[in-house]
Design a protein around this ligand. Structure first.
Ligand code: ADP
Ligand code: MG
Length: 272
């Protein structure tokens, strides 16, 4: 059995209302790096909440490490495995001193105070914010606050880190900071589910799952970038460099349709 498994999951927020997600089946393993993309309202946040048991399926089943999210007695354990960082860091801060904020999760796990201190330091240094330990979160930039929010979840040491549009409010620099941290954590073996509507970010993942109207319409690798029309139909904008490459291809140039990053486009253009 996979570490996280969605088996034919349907969910609607109210009885009789149309499903927010439909017929979802996919699985994740420890160490995976998956991007979950889709337009607004396509069901991304619903999936994040189904994964840590904040919501339970209307039908079908979600299991984490063999435990069903339907089983309330397992929720505490499930949330140790699945850490979710939401979009707005201001709603995720609970204390006025950064180290207290980060300690909140490990304290709830009932860890001894020495272990808590260790985890706080580890989590803060993982996101490059150790020097701010004694400070207050309120004066930080958006990127810094979001890194603190990530540290708060890291301190729980989840096996899976879910970032629900956690970079959406950041400027490009802040976004790069967070993405760098996330890639490093993945390299250390933490699974990452990155929810985003930036296809450039999605391209960093080994696997890309595309949602439309609550259904998975694609689950695979970078070959998705060659499907411009389907992506556009699903309300997803292609990265600029991908569109340029696609147009050149249409004009008859021999260029890959899987170009995403500026460096890749530059290289292809030089070759042409
Ligand atoms: P995304 O994160 O991709 O923008 P969501 O998972 O938030 O999408 O929403 C999926 C669908 O569920 C949308 O149609 C949205 O309007 C609906 N929805 C989301 N949250 C709620 C809620 N709390 N109550 C009722 N409907 C909701
Ligand atoms: Mg959302």
């Amino acid at each position: 059995m996979a570490f996280v498994e969605f088996d034919k999951v349907n969910f609607s927020y109210r009885e009789g209302e149309k499903n927010a997600v439909s017929d979802l089946s996919f699985s994740l393993e420890k160490g995976d790096f998956v991007a979950l993309v889709g337009h607004n309202g396509s069901g991304k946040s619903t999936i994040a909440k189904l994964m840590n048991g904040l919501l339970v399926p209307t039908s079908g089943k979600v299991t984490v490490d063999g435990m069903s999210t339907e089983n309330e007695a397992s929720l505490f354990d499930i949330r140790k495995h699945i850490g979710v960082v939401f979009q707005n860091p201001d709603n995720q801060m609970v204390a006025t001193i950064i180290e207290d904020d980060i300690a909140f999760g490990p304290e709830n796990l009932g860890l001894p105070s020495e272990k808590i201190r260790e985890r706080v330091d580890w989590a803060l240094s993982s996101v490059g914010m150790l020097e701010y330990k004694k400070g207050t979160p309120f004066r930080l930039s958006g990127g810094q606050k979001q890194r603190i929010a990530i540290a708060g979840i890291l301190a729980i040491r989840p096996d899976v880190l879910v970032l629900d549009e956690s970079t959406a409010m950041l400027d490009p620099e802040g976004r790069r900071e967070v993405m760098k941290v996330v890639s490093e954590l993945n390299a250390l073996g933490m699974a990452v589910v990155m929810i985003t509507h930036f296809m450039e970010e999605a391209a960093l993942a080994k696997r890309i799952i595309v949602l439309n109207e609550g259904r998975i319409i694609f689950d695979g690798g970078r070959e998705i970038f060659a499907h411009a029309e389907e992506l556009n139909a699903a309300g997803i904008e292609l990265p600029v460099c991908t569109s340029v490459a696609a147009r050149l291809k249409k004009m008859g140039y021999d260029i890959s349709e899987q170009i995403v990053l500026p460096e890749e486009l530059a290289e292809a253009l030089c070759r042409l």
